[in-house]
Design a protein around this ligand. Structure first.
Ligand code: ATP
Ligand code: MG
Length: 467
């Protein structure tokens, strides 16, 4: 018996009593309750109609309810919680169809169709046994031991809905649990069936893995069970080390995961973490052996930025400014380190600021995370150089306001001043002014830019065009 303090649970229990049905909180909420994790989405299963109970509750607490008749579910927002009501169901899958046959069922039927024992526990809400834990598969024991195990034969559970294999890896990463050996073996056996699952569902789980405290755990598990090359072939291609004449390059899969974990320690920004995962994604495609240098990956940042688009498209990730942000970080990820290896000139820093704009801090976080060398002396030198770059960035930012910089003279002004039609000369003058500012030849201000425009106009605008 537990003390479910939230009065909303009592209210649901009372309504269920009045209606003569049984109601339970089930799944994630129960698991998270014992793990002391905050959980704001609550699933209530009713032996009977979930929708009917939800409608009465909505009236009582004066909240709006959304009803999904086709699924037999209802969703209600209460305070900061989302409560979903569903009638208990029994699902049977046929080999030739992805869609299960769904019938009304008992609580046990409903628990049978759950993915893991720790996700199949329920708290009773009716007065007679309010707070009682119903745990037919010893989920509590698995929860204590940190184990993910399917309630039924894992071959059946995974074959019925192959997304559950991905969810196993997701929960293992998110909760830092282990997957039971027989469950893991079944993932290996059933992995090919992942092809029937939609990309959107997989990507939702990938996002959750990436947002975990130590995301590498998930990708290592995917690799170990053979799912990685099926759901993320580009990442899988980073694996391995080649040796020529005794020279090896680093294993870019392990390196990438280390960078991802490093970034995860510093930032909760999903897209920065995606950038970490994809920063070296083009290394396999650009890899070459050059006698005089050794292993090279020339242009992997450019090819990588292009690959980001295809990966986002195929994974059904958003094709919007988030994608552009990831592309930008992948494209620029070598720049700060290149900067810190030379003398850090004002003009190079100004150019970096100009190109990175507001994302400069994220870019620096990514680049610092990218230093994964085992050689401590080398790491120390890099880190010190990075400090110099950061200081310089700050100085120049304060002095020149380059971030989000718009050249103080635009094309319209050039055309108006010299009575020019739109033509290439206008663009050339504009870009010469921008370059002069970035190179530090003139300051980022109107007077100096105007003076330069006049000087340029003298030589660049042909006499016959001048009026
Ligand atoms: P989180 O909310 O952190 O994603 P959760 O366990 O609550 O974790 P949900 O996706 O909200 O996961 O699902 C709620 C419950 O529904 C789960 O605890 C599980 O019992 C069940 N469930 C969800 N998806 C599946 C699935 N694909 N197969 C079987 N049961 C599932
Ligand atoms: Mg949930």
């Amino acid at each position: 018996m537990i003390q479910l303090n939230n009065s909303i649970f009592r209210t649901i229990g009372e309504i269920a009593d009045e209606q003569g049905v049984k109601a339970y909180v089930i799944g994630g909420f129960v698991r998270d309750y014992y793990l002391h994790r905050e959980c704001k989405d609550i699933d209530v299963v009713v032996i009977g109609s979930g929708i009917a109970i939800a409608e009465i509750l909505a009236e009582k607490v004066k909240s709006k309810v959304s009803i999904f008749k086709n699924f037999g579910t209802a969703m209600l927002r209460y305070k900061d919680m989302e409560i979903e009501f569903v009638g208990a169901r029994k699902e049977s899958y046929r080999k030739d169809s992805r869609k299960p046959v769904v019938e009304d069922g008992t609580l046990e039927d409903d628990q049978n169709r759950r993915d893991f024992t720790v996700n199949a526990m329920a708290f009773a809400l009716n007065k007679e046994n309010y707070g009682e834990l119903l745990d037919p598969f010893k989920g509590m024991k698995d929860l204590d031991a940190g184990i993910l195990r399917t309630p039924l034969d894992p071959d059946i559970t995974f074959s019925d809905d192959p997304l559950r294999m991905i969810r196993a890896v997701r929960f293992a990463t998110q909760l830092d649990f282990e997957i039971a050996p027989e469950t893991f073996e079944a993932i290996k056996r059933n992995r090919e069936r992942i092809s029937i699952v939609s990309k959107e569902r997989i990507t939702t789980e990938l996002d959750k893995i990436i947002m975990s405290k130590k995301p590498s755990k998930g990708f290592l598990l995917f690799d170990k069970c053979g799912l990685l090359e099926l759901i993320f072939p580009e990442l899988s291609a980073l694996k391995g080390v080649e040796v020529i004449k005794g020279k090896a390059h680093k294993d870019n899969f392990f390196h990438t995961l280390k960078v991802l974990d490093n970034v995860a320690e510093k930032s909760d920004e999903l897209w920065l973490r995606w950038a970490a995962l994809l920063h070296d994604i083009a290394k396999p495609r650009t890899k070459a052996w050059e006698e005089s240098i050794g292993w090279t990956f020339h242009g992997h940042e450019v090819v990588g930025a292009k690959m980001v688009k295809n990966i986002f498209r195929s994974m059904k990730l958003p094709m919007n400014e988030k994608m552009k942000y990831v592309q930008k970080l992948v494209l620029l990820h070598l720049r700060p380190i290149a900067l810190s290896q030379e003398e850090v000139t004002d003009s190079a820093v100004r150019r970096l600021l100009f190109e990175a704009g507001d994302d400069i801090d994220d870019l620096m976080t990514l680049c610092e995370a990218d230093i994964t060398s085992g050689n401590n002396a080398k790491v120390r030198i890099y880190m010190r150089n990075f400090e110099v770059v950061r200081t310089k960035l700050k100085e120049i930012e304060e002095k020149d306001r380059i971030r989000n910089f718009q050249p103080p003279i635009d094309g319209g002004l050039i055309m108006k001043t010299y009575n020019l039609p739109p033509c290439s000369i206008v663009g050339e003058i504009k870009s010469a002014i921008k370059e002069a500012i970035l190179d530090g030849k003139i300051e980022n201000d109107y007077e100096q830019a105007y003076a330069l425009m006049e000087k340029l106009a003298e030589t660049m605008i042909p006499k016959e065009l001048k009026s």
